[in-house]
Design a binder for this molecule. Structure first.
Ligand SMILES: *[C@@H]1O[C@H](CO)[C@@H](O)[C@H](O)[C@H]1NC(C)=O
Ligand SMILES: *[C@@H]1O[C@H](CO)[C@@H](O)[C@H](O)[C@H]1NC(C)=O
Length: 343
C-alpha cells in the first residue's frame, strides 16, 4: 500500500510546493541576461522575428538578442550609435543614429556581418559635437528622434539638443519639433495615438503633448510626471515605454529603478529596483510582449561604484509584471530610390 501511495504523495507534495513557491515568488523577477556593457541603451523589440535590439552607444555597437536561444550578435559602427529602429522595408534593413547622422543599414541580425551602411541625412550642423539619442517610429512610420550635446562622464553640453521629425518627404531637411532641449530622451504614444509622451532628461519631468497622428503634429505640453515631486525616487528620467493600459514605464538614470506611472491619475503604481544605479531604457518584448527588457550603464560610475554594482551596464529582463506592451512601430522613412546605396 505504502509503495503504491508513495509516488502519488510525492507528486502531490512537489506540485503543492511548486504552487506555494510560485505564489510567493509572484512579484516582479529581475534577471541579468548579459555581461555588463559600457552604456547599453535603446532596447527595441521586433515582434515579426521575435528579436531584441539594443546598442552600446560609445562602443559603436548594435546588438541583437534572442531570448529563446540567448544568442547575442553584434555589428560594429564608427561612432556613437543610438537609436536602432527596424524598418517596414524588411527585417534586415534598419535605420540608426550614428553621431548626428541617420544611417540606413543592412544586417542579417542572426549573424554579425554589417552588409552595408549609407547616410540618409545629417542634422544639427551648428552643433558639430552633438549626437542623436532616443528615437522611435510612430504608427505611420515617421521617425521622432532627438539629439543631445556632447557627453562625457562629467556631463552634457547644455541647450544643444532638439527633437526632430523625419519623414520620407523631409529627410533631406528634417523638421525641428522641440528646441532647445538638453538631453532628448524617452518617447511613447498612447494606444489611441492621441497623446505623445516625451522626456528631456535634466527637467526630471515627463511631458504629455496632444498628438495628431494624421498631421504628425504635437501641441499643448503638460507635465504628467515629475521625479522632483517624489521623495521615494532619485535620479532622472531616461528611456520610456508604455503598456496596453497607457501606463508609462520610465527608466531612472541615477535612480536604480524603473517606475510605472498611471498617465490618467498621475499616480506612481510601482517601483521596480534594478541592480544598477544608471538605468537607461526599457522595452516590452517576448512572445507575449509581457517581458520588460531593461538596459543600463556603468559609463559614469566610479571604480568603487563599479565594484559595488557588478551587473551595472547589463541587459536585464523583468518577468511577472502582470502588464504587457503593444508591438513597436517600424520606420518608413527610406525611399526605394535610396535603397540601392545599401547593396
Ligand atoms: C563619429 O564621431 C567620432 C568622434 O568625433 C569620429 O571618430 C567618427 O569617425 C565619427 N563617425 C562618422 C561615421 O563620421
Ligand atoms: C539646459 O540646462 C541648462 C543648464 O543646466 C539650463 O540653464 C537650461 O535652462 C536647460 N535648457 C532647457 C531647454 O531646459
Amino acid at each position: 500500500m505504502f509503495f503504491k501511495r508513495f509516488p502519488f504523495t510525492l507528486v502531490t507534495l512537489i506540485t503543492l510546493t511548486t504552487f506555494i513557491v510560485s505564489s510567493i515568488a509572484n512579484g516582479p523577477c529581475v534577471r541579468q541576461l548579459t555581461q555588463p556593457f559600457d552604456h547599453s541603451e535603446e532596447p527595441t523589440w521586433d515582434d515579426r522575428i521575435k528579436l531584441l535590439y539594443f546598442v552600446d552607444i560609445h562602443a559603436g555597437r548594435i546588438y541583437s538578442y534572442d531570448p529563446v536561444t540567448t544568442i547575442l550578435n553584434h555589428i560594429q559602427l564608427d561612432g556613437d550609435v543610438t537609436p536602432i529602429i527596424p524598418t517596414v522595408y524588411d527585417t534586415h534593413v534598419f535605420v540608426a543614429g550614428l553621431n548626428r547622422s541617420l544611417v540606413a543599414l543592412r544586417w542579417y541580425p542572426k549573424g554579425s556581418r554589417l552588409e552595408a551602411v549609407g547616410t540618409l541625412t545629417t542634422v544639427a550642423k551648428q552643433f558639430p559635437t552633438s549626437q542623436f539619442n532616443d528615437g522611435k517610429a510612430d504608427a505611420k512610420g515617421r521617425l521622432w528622434i532627438g539629439t543631445m550635446g556632447y557627453e562625457n562622464s562629467i556631463g552634457v553640453v547644455p541647450n544643444q539638443g532638439s527633437l526632430y521629425l523625419i519623414t520620407k518627404e523631409n529627410i533631406e531637411n528634417p523638421e525641428v519639433v522641440i528646441a532647445p532641449v538638453n538631453i532628448s530622451n524617452g518617447l511613447a504614444w498612447n494606444k489611441a495615438n492621441t497623446k505623445f509622451f516625451y522626456i528631456d532628461t535634466p527637467t526630471r519631468q515627463v511631458r504629455v503633448y496632444d498628438f495628431d497622428l494624421k498631421a504628425g503634429k504635437i501641441s499643448n505640453p503638460k507635465v504628467v510626471f515629475d521625479v522632483s515631486e517624489h521623495d521615494e525616487l532619485t535620479g532622472n528620467p531616461d528611456g520610456m515605454t508604455i503598456d496596453e493600459d497607457d501606463n508609462i514605464w520610465v527608466a531612472l538614470y541615477g535612480g536604480g529603478a524603473v517606475v510605472k506611472v498611471d498617465t490618467k491619475t498621475l499616480k506612481v503604481l510601482q517601483i521596480i529596483a534594478i541592480p544598477a544605479l544608471d538605468v537607461t531604457s526599457v522595452s516590452w518584448g517576448g512572445e507575449k510582449l509581457d517581458i520588460l527588457f531593461v538596459t543600463s550603464s556603468r559609463f559614469a560610475l566610479s571604480p568603487e561604484e563599479r565594484r559595488q554594482q557588478p551587473a551595472a551596464g547589463s541587459l536585464f529582463a523583468v518577468y511577472n509584471l502582470g502588464a504587457r506592451g503593444l508591438p513597436a512601430h517600424y520606420a518608413d522613412v527610406i525611399d526605394d530610390v535610396k535603397l540601392p546605396c545599401l547593396r
